[in-house]
Design a protein around this ligand. Structure first.
Ligand SMILES: [Zn+2]
Length: 107
């Protein structure tokens, strides 16, 4: 007798050996450690960075972290002074990491 399936996911998993769409763990501690590992830390302030759901980027959200200091040299000829600016921390994830991020932060 044929087995009765109730969703395409069941067929995909059992008949085609595909993985279930949402592989996210139900274990809260494990999920938190996966999130922590994916987000990592800001290289400038060493605080935990934040994944932005729906994107492939991780950013620093520490309000007191300015990011990387960049000195843009002025021009002595025109007496233009050196100019300091800050580049905030942003890390672009690989496609695979972004996919994982969007799964483990999907709530
Ligand atoms: Zn930072």
């Amino acid at each position: 007798m044929n087995k009765t399936y109730y969703s395409f996911d069941d067929i995909a998993v059992e008949e085609f050996g595909m993985k279930p769409l949402n592989m996210r763990t139900k274990d809260k501690q494990k999920l938190e450690s996966q999130r922590e590992k994916l987000e990592g830390v800001c290289v400038y302030c060493k605080q935990r960075a934040k994944f932005i759901p729906g994107t492939n980027i991780v950013v620093c959200v520490n309000p007191s972290c300015k990011g990387k200091k960049v000195v843009v040299k002025g021009d002595p000829a025109t007496e233009e002074p050196d100019f300091v600016r800050y580049v905030p921390f942003v890390r672009v994830l690989s496609d695979k990491a972004a996919e994982i991020g969007n799964t483990i932060f999907d709530d």
